[in-house]
Design a protein around this ligand. Structure first.
Ligand code: NAD
Ligand code: UPG
Length: 434
């Protein structure tokens, strides 16, 4: 089939390349000329495992074209995926202006029957708004259908998640569109749920909000475990053995970040508010997360009278391992608070992107983990990076001024840390000593 994907961000690029692998011809439209130039040369614009070889293969087999020309791309395609950004506004509502702009652009170029698909995460009612825009721009109703097809991929495992997902959700109000969409996805052999557009739109927010709530739940339990001297990992293990609960997303830590959970939980609360519904449980999950990501600061303020002039080292800055993405990473909030309290911040993350250097140019970014700990008062472990698991704890202790560790991801065993000479250790629900 002839496919057009609009937006070469995380989702757009992964979707475009994945579709190209199963016998489709894909045109990927991106408005940023610099990104298009790089992609044409086989340079991946995002860090994602397996993306570069896939991009190169698709280009060499001429299965994909990158362009800024949306008009031509729409005219030449049967199915058009919208995969542009949907950021959160100050009031937690979703900024759908990029989606609406694209809907307007598409409507100018509809020559034959097209299926327009929202891959972006969009609030309930967006499929209808897109239909209305296209209709208001004078396109005949038999020339198009609009389908909601939310995406569930995770960064770091994006290609595998796209090609081997657990479900494909199609929100359709036309038999014709639903049958073409099912045909498109048939090679993936993934179960397909066909439902109404509002249901599909809500499924996406429900999935992310449920997982975020699960994380906030285990984090609250971790905080309580610290007080009553219980072990959160054992609790999570036992909980997860119950198939109704599942072991996934029960890893306690300094909270969730990323481009989706923080944004989509707020959006769901805002969607509820729009319809006069107070979504209390998700509001609480957000509240818990906002406190949890600053837990290392509370620990430091209990431990030291002042942080003024103290060197604090952050190990791992990205919102999770396997990505260079720092969007909404807990580390950003920790750094902000540390700087406000007068601390000197050093950090190590081999994946660190220029983005964080633009936000916080005053930090010391070290290429070597052991350089980052020199003269440090305390280490805060923010991301479960392999380098951190493998660090030589004795060597680290020797280089530090005062070897304290705040293990924000429960990476180490307290007894092991103690045996290597650390003077203090704080975990997220697995005990502490000073
Ligand atoms: N990142 C994820 O892991 C993930 C997973 C599932 C769903 N989503 C959802 O998918 C959507 C996209 O997310 P993302 O992380 O890929 O966003 P992103 O911001 O990284 O990428 C969006 C891209 O669209 C381009 N764009 C914007 N307007 C355009 C236009 N008019 N024409 C052509 N290109 C245009 C931008 O330049 C940018 O490159 C969001 O709604 C997000 O919530 C993201
Ligand atoms: O047990 C856990 C699992 C995750 N996290 C944190 O949760 C955040 C999000 O992790 P993850 O879900 O792996 O990353 P994303 O790439 O943001 O993927 C989520 O957001 C995407 C965008 O909507 C969805 O498509 C995915 O299904 C959904 O998992 C990260 O900060 C993790 O550190 C925890 O703290 N504990």
């Amino acid at each position: 089939m002839k496919i057009c994907v609009i937006g070469a961000g995380y989702v757009g690029l992964v979707a475009a390349l994945s579709f190209a692998t199963f016998k489709n011809n894909v045109i990927c439209v991106e408005k940023d000329q610099e990104k298009v130039d790089k992609l044409k040369q086989g340079v991946p614009i995002i860090y994602e495992k397996g993306l570069e070889p896939l991009l190169k293969t698709c280009l060499s087999k001429k299965k994909i074209i990158f362009t800024t020309d949306i008009d031509r791309a729409v005219k030449k395609s049967d199915i058009i995926f919208i995969a542009v950004g949907t950021p959160t506004k100050e009031d937690w509502s979703v900024d759908v202006s990029q989606v609406m702009e694209v809907a307007n652009q598409i409507s100018q170029s509809i020559n034959t029957y097209k299926i327009i698909v929202t891959k972006s995460t969009v609030p309930v009612g967006t499929q209808k708004r897109i239909k209305d825009i296209i209709h208001d721009n004078g396109v005949q109703e038999n020339k198009y259908d609009v389908v909601s097809n939310p995406e569930f991929l995770r960064e770091g495992r994006a290609i595998n998640d796209f090609l081997h997902g657990e479900r494909i959700v199609l929100g359709c109000d036309s038999e014709k569109a639903s049958s073409i969409m099912k045909k498109l996805y048939k090679p993936l052999r993934t179960p397909v749920i066909v439902t109404t557009p509002p249901t599909a739109e809500l499924i996406k927010y429900a999935s992310n909000a449920f997982l975020a709530t699960k994380i906030s739940f285990i984090n609250e339990l971790a905080n309580l475990s610290n007080i009553v001297e219980a072990d959160i990992d054992t609790i999570a293990y036992a909980l997860g053995m119950d198939k109704r609960i599942s072991p996934e997303f029960l890893q306690a830590g300094i909270g969730y970040g990323g481009s989706c959970f923080p944004k989509d939980t707020k959006a769901l609360v805002n969607i509820g508010k729009h319809y006069d519904y107070d979504f209390r449980i998700v509001k609480s999950a957000i509240d818990v997360n906002e406190t949890q990501r600053l837990l290392p600061i509370d620990i430091l303020l209990n431990h030291y009278e002042s942080l003024e002039g103290k060197i604090i080292t952050l190990l791992g800055l990205t919102f999770k391992p396997g990505t260079d993405d720092i969007r909404e990473a807990p580390s950003l909030y920790i750094i902000k608070a540390l700087l406000e309290k007068g601390a000197i911040v050093k950090c190590y993350d081999p994946m660190v992107s220029n983005e964080i250097k633009k936000i916080y140019p005053q930090l010391t970014y070290c290429d070597d983990l052991y350089d980052s700990v020199v003269d440090s008062e305390c280490l805060i472990l923010c991301t479960e990076l392999d380098d951190i698991y493998q660090m030589d704890l004795k060597k680290v202790v020797k280089k530090m001024m005062n070897a304290i560790m705040i293990d924000g991801r429960n990476m180490f065993d307290m007894d092991e840390v103690k045996s290597k000479g650390f003077k203090g250790y704080y975990s997220m629900g697995k005990g502490s000593y000073t």
